[in-house]
Design a protein around this ligand. Structure first.
Ligand code: SF4
Length: 265
C-alpha cells in the first residue's frame, strides 16, 4: 500500500530561515563539512567552490577548506527551531562519507528523531555506506533518503536505495549528464532533475529531462524540475536565472507527501 501521493508544491514564499537558494528545500543543516569526489557528477562540485570561498572568509568549519570535518557544535541546531522546517542535511558534505563515524551518525539521527516537526532530506553518492548504516538501524519516519544519479552508469545506486527501509526515497538527477534510458521507479517517491551551472557546466539535452519526466508521470512518481542551469533549453549559454526552470511549457514542483495517519509497519 502506497503512503505517498503527489501534490503540487506548497512551499511558502516567505521562508523565515532563508538559508538556502536550493529550490527543493527550506534550510540546510551541515553536521559535517567537506568531502571528496567519487563520481562524474562531482566534477564541478558546488560545495567545494563554496568551501574555498568560506575558507578565504575565515568561516568556522572551513579552516581546512574542503577537507572532511565533523561539526558536533552544530548538532543541536534543529532542536532550537520549533517551526516545522524541511532541512537538506549536508549541503556541504556527504553524510555517509568514508570518514564519518557511525557513532556520530547515531547522534545526527537522534536529533532527527527528537524533532518530528521537521523533515530531513539526506542525499548521498555513497549509497553502500548508507545501506550498511541502516542494516541494523531504522531510518526515522521524518527522513527522506536519496541518491544521486547523474548518468546511466549510476542507476545502480537506485537498487541500493530501494533496499533501504525509508518512508520517502528520492533521486537527485542533477546534474543530468546523459540519457538515463528506462527507469524502474518502484519504491522511489520523488525525482529531482536539473542541469549543471557554473563556468564549466556541461549541457543537458532537453530530451534527457523529458524522458525522465514522462517515466515519473507513467509510474506515479512526484517530479521536480529544478533548473536548466548554465545551458538553456535552446542550447544557448546564459545565466542560470535567465535559463529558468520551465520544461514542456510549465514549472514542475511536485513533492511527495505523507498521508495523515499512515506510517510504516
Ligand atoms: S559527493 Fe557531493 S559534496 Fe562530495 S564531492 Fe561529490 S558532489 Fe561534492
Amino acid at each position: 500500500m502506497s503512503i505517498i501521493v503527489k501534490i503540487f508544491d506548497m512551499k511558502t514564499t516567505s521562508i523565515v530561515m532563508a538559508q538556502t537558494t536550493i529550490e527543493w528545500t527550506e534550510a540546510t543543516w551541515n553536521p559535517s563539512t567537506g568531502c571528496n569526489k567519487v563520481s562524474t557528477g562531482c566534477k564541478h562540485c558546488y560545495a567545494e567552490t563554496m568551501a574555498r570561498r568560506l575558507k578565504a572568509m575565515g568561516a568556522p568549519g572551513y579552516e581546512n577548506g574542503f577537507e572532511f570535518m565533523l561539526m558536533p557544535e552544530r548538532l543541536d541546531m534543529p532542536l532550537k527551531i520549533r517551526r516545522p522546517t524541511k532541512f537538506f542535511v549536508n549541503s556541504m558534505s556527504d553524510l555517509f562519507h568514508e570518514q564519518m563515524p557511525f557513532e556520530f551518525l547515531d547522534r545526527v539521527f537522534e536529533v532527527i528523531r527528537r524533532t518530528p516537526q521537521h523533515s530531513y532530506q539526506v542525499l548521498t553518492k555513497r549509497e553502500e555506506i548508507m545501506a550498511d548504516y541502516f542494516k541494523h538501524r531504522r531510518a526515522p519516519d521524518n527522513v527522506w533518503l536519496g541518491v544521486s544519479v547523474e548518468n546511466a552508469q549510476y542507476k545502480k545506486r537506485m537498487e541500493v536505495l530501494r533496499a533501504v527501509d525509508a518512508r520517502i526515497r528520492f533521486l537527485s538527477i542533477e546534474p543530468l549528464l546523459g540519457p538515463l534510458g528506462e527507469l524502474d521507479l518502484s519504491g522511489i517517491h520523488w525525482v529531482i532533475v536539473g542541469g549543471e551551472s557554473g563556468p564549466r557546466a556541461r549541457p543537458m539535452s532537453p530530451s534527457w529531462a523529458i524522458e525522465v519526466q514522462r517515466q515519473c508521470d507513467a509510474q506515479g512518481v512526484a517530479f521536480f524540475f529544478k533548473q536548466w542551469g548554465a545551458w538553456g533549453a535552446d542550447g544557448v549559454r546564459r545565466s542560470k536565472k535567465a535559463n529558468g526552470r520551465i520544461l514542456l511549457g510549465q514549472e514542475w514542483n511536485e513533492e511527495p507527501v505523507l498521508m495523515a495517519g499512515k506510517s510504516r509497519p
